[in-house]
Design a protein around this ligand. Sequence first.
Ligand SMILES: Nc1ncnc2c1ncn2[C@@H]1O[C@H](COP(=O)(O)OP(=O)(O)O)[C@@H](O)[C@H]1O
Ligand SMILES: [Mg+2]
Length: 238
Amino acid sequence: MPSGTALVCSGIERYLGEDEERVHALRGVSLTLEAGTVHAVVGPSGCGKSTLLYILGLLDHPDRGQVTIDSEVVSDLPDEVLSRKRNELLGFIFQFHFLLEDFTAQENVMIPMRRLARLTESEMRARAAELLEAVGLGSKMARPSRHLSGGEQQRVAIARALANDPRVILADEPTGNLDTKNSTRAFDLLQEVVVRGGKALLLVTHNPGIASACDWIHEMQDGRIVSTHPRGRVAVVS
Ligand SMILES: Nc1ncnc2c1ncn2[C@@H]1O[C@H](COP(=O)(O)OP(=O)(O)O)[C@@H](O)[C@H]1O
Ligand SMILES: [Mg+2]
């Protein structure tokens, strides 16, 4: 199982928008994610949580600072290398899962594998089937995703995020549109994958129950992490 430090970011700054609309969205954010740990980012709307996830996920460049994954500085790489790194090292889960609704659950999970192009068609099918079994959707993998419930669709999105066995999983309010039972189930699944696979998970959440079950909670305000505390010491969760 992989161990050590999965991801480090240091001194991340980001400006967004133009002219008078320009916002200093991140004002020096530093974080270390060890393998096998689960981190929550909490904070009011507009404090920079999604901007941070986009940068850690190599979907956006910081104006200052660096992102290091598995001891390699990745934030400065050219775009075509970045997109390969993204595919190999990172899994994303968004509030709105962005599944292709006419594709089956299995085909959706195969999409990141196709991009990486390491497995044969039958290997991809088998791996997608295994991942869907693991999220409790083994019997529904041939259904177009639009014929699945919201909770089931989010579990397909979790399986898709795990498709290429990422080092780091980033989740932006992954349970935001699920009821309590489905939220808990999705979170438990993620937590298990992280611990078992020696991955690191950073998730943005407004759910105090989920935040308090994470190993670390980082509170953000106005583009900064203003406090970090271990499990069991929850202050304010907005
Ligand atoms: N594309 C953009 N152009 C200009 N400002 C943006 C853009 N995206 C986000 N912002 C601003 O950056 C700040 C941080 O946004 P965001 O990271 O989405 O916050 P959060 O996810 O915590 O709600 C907010 O003030 C938001 O209005
Ligand atoms: Mg957001």
